[in-house]
Design a protein around this ligand. Structure first.
Ligand code: SAH
Length: 454
């Protein structure tokens, strides 16, 4: 270990920053965030420095560096573009046994500043000791993306609870289980993120009162239409924490790759026209698994609340006392639209968009009159087997046979295929497409060629 990692309290401690340009500006921002008394010495200052000075946040010394600037300081940071000046600052600081950071030059420095992911009070610092700063930055971005913004609030909340947890639970194991429950408590995190402390107190009280045996829960997660890059960050966090993942055929292999390796996977495949596992049986699986105290993720293609029967699954859970939540996903219409260059709305051609099921059951006759109206885009889910009927009804209700249509098959995946034509050919086009396919009907379809990028 060449460098000793250390977090230090700089509040109300004087720090000398040498330099007044853009690089020094970044350091000044960090120092101010940490509550340091910042003394800046330089021959020129960029404008933010004057603003900070006016706001009383720091003091400026318009001068070349000289050793007495270090008087009373705890730390020095050399951020000029002159190697010699930086070296001088470093040398004088060392002579006084004071740590000195030299920006981008660890060889000249006695302290280095890491890349940080700040979820105060939680702080993650990453350093490559100057060998691979870009690698450290990329790693920081990855961690940044993985950790929810509200993590800091949860950590601060936990900090305040420590004495109570200590006095409530005698055993270390009990305390660990309590903390695990608290840190996995999604609704508590969300409540804190919303700044609703009253509700957070209620949820915390409930946590103290419930038995420590793990309580199961179900999270409906939208997996998006195929491309794993379209999974939300929240969805990713959920599938990486799950004990069990219940998924169906619409969830892509790519997304399944991201599920925690040792999570149990239950396939309840569904395909157009038939269900491998009836809905009631799926509901039962969710109840049973969560009832055993497991964290169950019900992973669904697209968005769980758009033709995903998500509501039915939640209804089945709602009477059971098992907590549940929903993480939305990118629905096939959005994904297919973006990846095929067909905008769903456009000021000149479509003022509204309608997501319609092509799988109409006996009690769900569609309002064809309205669907055939101009200046809107129709997106039919599960429409492949009904394409001839859709064509017949729309023509019968006055839509032009020349209305552009497109079928997007396996949208957003590497196997995406688009078959385009006009309404009068829809039934024929549908015979060339495989499930899952989306049918898009409207003038916007004609924009596809100029906007295509995928
Ligand atoms: N909840 C899903 C929809 C489920 S219904 C969502 O929000 O996207 C199933 C229908 O969605 C399929 O019949 C098909 O019409 C459409 N679909 C889902 N994924 C698709 C994809 N990758 N490409 C094209 N259509 C898709």
């Amino acid at each position: 270990m060449n460098w000793f990692p250390l977090f230090c309290d700089l509040r109300h401690k004087t720090v000398l920053l040498v330099g007044g340009g853009a690089v020094a500006e970044r350091k000044a921002r960090l120092l101010l965030k940490a509550g340091a008394d910042v003394r800046v010495c330089a021959t020129h200052f960029s404008s933010p420095f004057y603003e900070w000075q006016q706001a009383g946040k720091l003091t400026l010394r318009e001068a070349r560096f000289s050793p007495e600037h270090l008087d009373g300081c705890w730390l020095a940071i050399a951020a000029t573009d002159s190697h010699e000046v930086n070296q001088q600052v470093s040398d004088y600081a060392s002579a006084r046994q004071m740590f000195c950071n030299v920006v981008d030059a660890p060889a000249q420095a006695s302290a280095i500043m890491p890349s940080v992911v700040d979820r105060s009070p939680l702080m993650i610092a990453i350093s490559s000791a100057g060998d691979a700063p870009v690698m450290a930055r990329l790693l920081r971005e990855k961690i940044e993306a993985l950790l929810p913004q509200h993590l800091g609030k949860v950590a601060a909340w936990a900090g305040a609870l420590r004495p109570r947890v200590k006095s409530t639970f005698n055993e270390a194991g009990q305390r660990r289980r309590f903390w695990e429950k608290l840190f996995h408590h999604d609704r508590l995190a969300q409540t804190l993120a919303n700044g609703d402390d009253k509700q957070a107190e209620k949820l915390t009280e409930a946590l103290f009162n419930e038995p420590l045996a793990q309580q199961g829960e179900v999270v409906l997660v939208g997996a998006g239409p195929g491309d794993a890059g379209l999974l939300t960050l929240k969805g990713l966090q959920q599938i990486q924490q799950a004990d069990v993942v219940v998924y169906d055929r619409l969830v892509s292999e790519e997304v399944l790759e991201l599920v925690r390796r040792d999570a149990e996977r239950i396939f309840v495949g569904k395909r157009a026209g038939y269900h491998c596992v009836p809905q009631e049986a799926i509901n039962q699986i969710l109840l049973e698994q969560a009832g055993q105290g497991k964290r169950v993720v019900r992973l669904k293609g697209g968005d769980p609340f758009i033709f995903g029967r998500g509501a039915e699954e939640l209804e089945a859970l709602s009477g059971s006392g098992i907590p549940f939540s929903v993480v939305p996903g990118i629905t096939a219409a959005s994904g297919c639209s973006a990846y095929s260059g067909i905008p769903l709305t456009h000021r000149d051609y479509a003022q509204s968009v309608r997501l319609v099921t092509g799988h109409v059951q006996k009690n769900g006759e569609l309002d064809w009159q309205n669907l055939a109206a101009e200046r809107q885009t129709l997106v039919f889910y599960m429409g492949l087997t009904q394409a001839a009927e859709i064509q017949r009804q729309l023509l019968a209700h006055g839509m032009s046979g020349g209305m552009p249509v497109a079928l997007v098959e396996n949208g957003t995946s590497t196997r995406q295929r688009v078959v385009a034509g006009q309404l009068s050919e829809l039934a024929e086009l549908a015979t060339q497409a495989q499930s899952p396919s989306l049918i898009i009907i409207g003038r916007v379809v004609a924009l596809r060629e100029p906007l295509r990028w995928f």
